[in-house]
Design a protein. Structure first.
Length: 94
């Protein structure tokens, strides 16, 4: 995922540096949130029309600030969090 997001950003003229572009911790967080909501007990997601509809219309995933339940703004917006994954400081991600 990391490589593909960076390639996409670069293909549309984006720059990944300490202030812009790819953000490792946000990427890991959103992949975790998606898995928590849509994976079965074995961690598998099965793509069918119902799953896609659920993903597109899920109000929790539509909240772009969902990460604030787990991370302080200072921690998430740090250069360290942008470059590498950092653990949440407000609530654990099970």
């Amino acid at each position: 995922m990391r490589v593909r997001i960076r390639r996409y950003n670069e293909s549309v003229g984006g720059v990944s540096d300490d202030e812009n572009g790819y953000h490792e911790t946000l990427t890991v967080f959103w992949l975790w949130a998606f898995k928590e909501m849509f994976a079965d007990e074995e961690g598998k997601v099965y793509w069918n029309q119902d799953a896609i509809d659920d993903l597109l219309f899920d109000e929790t995933l539509a909240d772009r600030n969902l990460w604030l339940e787990f991370y302080s703004k200072d921690r998430m917006m740090s250069v360290t969090a942008r470059r590498d994954y950092v653990m949440p400081d407000l609530s654990e991600m099970d």
